[in-house]
Design a protein around this ligand. Sequence first.
Ligand code: ADP
Ligand code: ZN
Length: 210
Amino acid sequence: MNLILLGAPGAGKGTQAEKICEKLSIPAISTGNILREAIAGKTEMGLKAKSYIDAGKLVPDEVVIGIINDRLKEDDCKNGFILDGFPRTIPQAEALDRMNVRIDRVIDIEVADEKIAARLSGRRVCLKCGATYHTEYKKPVTDGICDVCSAELVQRKDDMPETVLDRLKTYHEQTEPLKDFYAEKGILRIVEGQQEVADTTALTFKALED
Ligand code: ADP
Ligand code: ZN
């Protein structure tokens, strides 16, 4: 199954991507994680992306389209994949169409803007393996330490309140139009993000089946 996860920053796309990855054994591909790895590794792409990400803006389409074009050619995508954070603009969605990959389902996880800032301010991430946590909703076993790889957890600079509003604005202007784009194709399913992760996951799995 080839899937796209849509939703505002902090709606819980990454968490649901992990759950689907475990259940269906298909890779979860996060453009945000790939870009953050590039920044940590100080690659040319990382240096280019950093200023956009820190400002809460989108990285230019051609950069992320290039990333996805390469990634989808890898062997582990043969039996399906989950795109988490791509596409985020109409030109990105059109580029995906041109890559000749069939998309089976687009799951849009809806969370009201008012709840987003609280969710993001509690978010902690592992820069080593990409796992995400939350100080209230998804605590690691040991405070401040990644369950998966024992690296130290950090707060993303773009999760600070002053950048969150910019990210939400970018989301509404550039990403939300994708809902209509995929609704017209008949493959969009809406999931209301719940307080408890497990409840959202149950709704997400249901949306994959119908
Ligand atoms: P979130 O979903 O919480 O906003 P991500 O980790 O998906 O976080 O993305 C972090 C940042 O990386 C975005 O704010 C944006 O700057 C950049 N980014 C990620 N994916 C894309 C994309 N498809 N197009 C443009 N920029 C992207
Ligand atoms: Zn880790």
